[in-house]
Write a new protein. Structure first.
Lengths: 552, 431
């Protein structure tokens, strides 16, 4: 029996008469694990059910599921399955039943793993819903985690989350882990959610959520994050504060602006220095940094700190090239898949037309040779139809994997963006500091010319000195942040490099094995029929249709 | 030995094909050797090939000329080997002459006229046409009756100026020819009209022969099936080419990716790209093969079916002529009897007319029966040829596909061991 723990949000499942959400009714009841739910979900559920109810299963057994990289399972349709199993590669990895299984060696050398599955989408309604039925409905997904990581203090967890929660998780990770290549979260897909058939869309989203969480679990640093753990463990509403929506951000910023402009706190709080400028909230800071960035690009004086790391710049350029090539290859892969499909289709249609011709000839045959040939033709035509099915199935999954890697590039861009932002903040602060020091000098010089001291100037000087102190502190923190981000970039580069190699090789092997398998199947189909035709007795009736003809 | 076995007196008097005329012409030309001596039937051969298409002329006037080479030991041919230059319209002329003279025989079809493509004259179009013309002559040469045609001999042998003269005169001839024998409408658009006739849409004067009816339906249905198959075959050719293109582009992009990556992974990608390009090349070849050896034969048989329909039209026409003449004869007989009683002075005249009519009627009957007899034989021949030729085409198709699939499997398979070692290297480098 599934454990459907959860808060109030679970209460009402309103099935609007106009909508076909029959699947979800059975999902809610929990008792019927009938095939009404998604077939794939069923098998996952079977799997996780077993584990969920057996906490004493030795978690060490699961270490056999080794990490072989990003989840790039080649998922052939069951028809092909019955014929042969495409290459799964890696060291004894099972065909994934769904879910994301990750194992990594922890620092003390033991194997850690964490498995996350997402299923049982369910329609729910906001509390205190309006009079209009069907309003404020949203979908939640059941997220099941199994792990032996000590940080989690437990082995099995089940929560229900909605997409908004995922967005919140992603935002928080982005803030807290600047500089890391953070896997991009699934799109909000507003258009698609309207256009696609509901069930399709939900299924697509479920899958993408599972993949996303899997990628997070695969990241050596992120998998240990508080944010992820809370997301996977905390029952009820997600305690992570979601990112502030634009409106309130703007309000906030507008509220702060007068204060900032009139000098009450024209200085950045040091802690903020380790955060990027938040849109709306720190308008002044934003303006300043923008100004600094212009100065960097167009100004004559060099900023005080620049991106010096040549290695970084080289790597950056290389990654940009790589991205460009991946894009190209991905596009061509898509076109290739399409062309393969169409090619397969017409072969099938030719087969059908030839079958008709063959049948016709068999009926109308006046000589035995005719009939024999017509039967041959029928066999050949049937082979064509069979082969066409194989052509269409031999999909180049390469296209999917390339797409995934393009997604990862987003993460890389974000990490570089973090870096340049941090640098910009540092530069801005340093420039502030420098200008403040200048003013102090000028004021001091001016003040010393006044006999008996300049009360107002001196006061200003004191204020400035305070600001300088604070700003210096901010500078230090900003420098620290920048350095940290640089280090993270570097580490991630290396990790990305090696993982990419491994993943691509895995993907290539899978692709090639699949192609070989299908090609052999197709060749076999044709060869068989061609050989049969060879044996048919048409030799005897061979008309001499060659160049030299004797009179008959 | 005699020239053509059919003898339409009307034709002979206007065309230069009577034996006497032929002999005199030959003597007068004085070119080349004198005609060959008779050879035993089982040792005769007639081998014709159409080669070396050359584009001549400019702009709208441009056309293709072909080299037609004949090797033979048949008598009435001057010399063992002869080469002439001919263009499409010359072939068309030959086709028309044969159609007129050999009623009842399925004249081998010509490739389409195709006014549009002519302007583009792509290499493929030229090659396809050349082959079709080659097959055309070959079929004529292997036909037990057609191979003896004088028109064929002229076509194969006449040197340029004589050929030009020939054609001019025969144009005249056909003009004259049409008048006397034709008090029926001429089928302008043979194809559609023939279908009507074949289906019995035109009125009552139709054979009521159940076997023949069956045959007509068979031919029409066969036409449909062949047409459908040919259409699909063409689509396969097209898609094969597109897939080949996509493979080539993909290979290029992956190679580029490999260059960017470098190292072992780069090699792996380059390997993948290279295989892709190789397969693209194979696929393009296969597409070409399919076009020539699968689609073209299907097309050719479609055309042959058209020529069968023409013969069916001829048969229907001959039948009607015969019926009408038969009617007319009977009327004349009745009239004659009447005249004997009423107007004895007219009797002699009437008797002469009746005799002439009887002769024409017999002629029409003979013509009709000849067509029927020929059709029988031709159908048997057609079925045998079709069974053989299409059987070959289908078989080649299957072999070709098998070969392609094997090549594909091999190409990918050979990459695997390299892939393994490259990935090992990458692992070992601690990456």
């Amino acid at each position: 029996m599934m454990n459907f723990e959860g808060g109030d949000s679970m209460e009402s499942v309103n099935l609007d008469p106009g909508q076909q959400a029959y699947d979800y009714r059975s999902a809610l009841s929990g008792t019927s694990l009938s095939g009404e739910t998604h077939p794939l979900a069923l098998s996952q559920e079977d799997f996780s059910l077993k584990e969920a109810h057996d906490p004493y299963v030795n978690s060490e057994e699961k270490s056999s599921i080794r990490n072989t990289g990003v989840d790039i399972a080649v998922e052939p349709p069951s028809y092909a399955d019955a014929i042969f199993t495409p290459y799964m590669g890696g060291s004894g990895s099972l065909q994934e039943l769904g879910g994301s299984s990750r194992s990594l060696y922890s620092s003390n050398g033991s194997v850690e793993f964490i498995t996350i599955t997402v299923n049982h989408p369910q329609k729910e309604q906001e509390n205190g819903s309006s009079l209009v039925p069907g309003a404020n409905t949203f979908f939640t997904y059941l997220i099941i985690t199994q792990t032996n990581m000590p940080e989690y203090g437990g082995t099995d967890f089940t929560v229900r989350r909605r997409f908004r929660d995922v967005v919140a998780l992603a935002d928080r990770l982005a803030e807290a882990f600047r500089g890391y290549f953070i896997p991009p979260r699934p799109d909000k897909s507003i258009v698609e959610s309207q256009v696609m058939h509901k069930l399709e869309f939900i299924e697509q989203r479920r899958l993408s959520l599972e993949k996303y969480l899997g990628r997070l679990a695969n990241h050596p640093v992120l998998r240990k994050s508080e944010e992820l753990r809370i997301f996977l463990q905390s029952q009820g509403k997600l305690p992570l504060t979601p990112s502030i929506d634009m409106a309130s951000r703007m309000l906030d910023g507008a509220a702060q602006l007068p204060r900032q402009l009139f000098g009450e706190s024209s200085v950045m709080i040091p802690q903020e220095a380790s955060q990027p400028a938040k849109g709306g909230r720190d308008l002044v800071r934003l303006f300043k940094e923008m100004k600094q960035s212009f100065t960097n690009d167009w100004g004559s004086a060099k900023p005080l700190v620049v991106e010096e790391d040549k290695e970084f710049l080289e790597k950056k350029e290389k990654l940009q090239d790589l991205e460009h090539e991946l894009n190209e290859a991905s596009q061509q892969a898509e076109l290739l898949v399409k062309a393969q499909q169409e090619d397969g289709e017409v072969v099938g249609e030719l087969g059908l037309a030839l079958i008709k011709l063959a049948k016709f000839e068999i009926e109308e045959a006046t000589q035995s040779a005719q009939k024999v040939h017509a039967l041959d033709l029928k066999r050949i035509a049937t082979a064509a139809v069979k082969a066409s099915r194989f052509y269409r199935e031999a999909n180049a999954h390469v296209q999917d994997h390339l797409h995934e890697y393009l997604g990862m590039m987003q993460a890389v861009h974000a990490a570089f963006y973090d870096r340049s932002n941090a640098l910009l903040t540092l530069q801005t602060l340093l420039s502030d500091l420098s200008s403040m020091n200048n003013r102090v000098e000028k004021l001091s010089a001016a003040s010393s010319k006044v006999f008996g001291g300049d009360k107002s100037r001196n006061r200003k000087i004191e204020e400035l000195k305070e600001s300088i102190k604070v700003t210096t502190e901010a500078c230090e923190l900003s420098q620290k942040e920048y350095d940290q981000i640089k280090e993270r970039n570097r580490a991630e580069f290396n990790r990305f490099e090696s993982e990419r190699q491994r993943d691509f090789f895995y993907m290539l092997k899978g692709f090639i094995h699949t192609q070989v398998g299908y090609a052999e199947k197709i060749a076999h189909v044709w060869k068989k029929v061609a050989d049969e035709a060879n044996e048919s007795p048409n030799k005897a009736l061979d008309l001499p249709i060659s160049g030299s003809v004797a009179i008959s | 030995m005699s020239v053509s076995s059919s003898s339409h007196h009307s034709d002979h008097s206007y065309i230069l094909n009577s034996p006497g005329a032929m002999a005199s012409r030959q003597r007068s030309s004085l070119r080349g050797t004198s005609s060959l001596s008779p050879v035993a039937p089982d040792q005769q051969y007639l081998s014709i090939s159409v080669t070396d298409p050359v584009k001549l002329g400019m702009g709208v006037q441009a056309y293709i000329s072909y080299r037609v080479t004949t090797k033979t030991n048949m008598e009435d041919y001057r010399g063992v080997e002869k080469m002439v230059i001919r263009r499409y319209s010359d072939f068309a002329w030959l086709h028309e002459r044969l159609s007129e003279k050999y009623k009842g025989i399925f004249i081998p079809p010509l490739p389409e006229k195709s006014a549009v493509e002519k302007f583009r004259f792509s290499a493929e179009f030229i090659e396809v046409r050349r082959r079709a013309l080659d097959v055309f002559l070959h079929r004529i040469a292997s036909h037990p009756q057609l191979r003896f045609s004088e028109d064929l001999r002229n076509f194969l042998q006449a040197d340029e100026e004589i050929w030009a003269m020939e054609r001019a005169r025969s144009q005249e001839g056909t003009l004259f020819k049409k008048k006397p024998s034709d008090f029926m409408q001429i089928f302008k658009d043979v194809q559609s009209k023939v279908s009507d006739v074949v289906l019995g849409k035109e009125k009552p004067l139709e054979e009521s022969n159940p076997d023949y009816e069956k045959l007509k339906h068979y031919i029409l249905e066969l036409e449909e099936h062949l047409g459908e198959s040919q259409k699909q075959a063409f689509r396969v050719v097209k898609r094969h080419r597109e897939l080949g293109q996509a493979l080539s582009e993909f290979g290029r992009a992956v190679k580029s990716l490999g260059d960017c990556e470098g190292g072992s992974l780069g090699k792996a990608f380059s390997g993948l790209g290279g295989r892709s390009e190789f397969l693209s090349y194979k696929l393009q070849n296969q597409a070409q093969d399919l076009l020539m050896n699968f689609e073209e034969p299907l097309k050719e048989y479609m055309r042959t079916v058209q020529s069968i329909k023409v013969v069916m039209g001829d048969r229907a026409q001959a039948f009607r002529q015969q019926q009408e003449l038969s009617e007319a004869t009977k009327l004349k007989e009745i009239n004659l009897e009447k005249l004997r009683l009423v107007r004895p002075d007219r009797v002699a005249e009437a008797e002469i007319e009746l005799r002439e009519m009887r002769v024409q009627c017999d002629e029409a009957t003979r013509r009709f029966e000849e067509i029927v007899k020929r059709m029988q034989k031709e159908l048997v021949r057609f079925q045998e040829d079709k069974t053989h030729d299409l059987g070959l085409a289908f078989h080649d198709f299957a072999e070709g596909q098998a070969q392609l699939a094997n090549d594909t499997a091999d190409a990918w398979r050979t990459l695997l061991p390299d892939l393994e070692s490259w990935s090992q290297v990458a692992e070992n480098n601690g990456i």
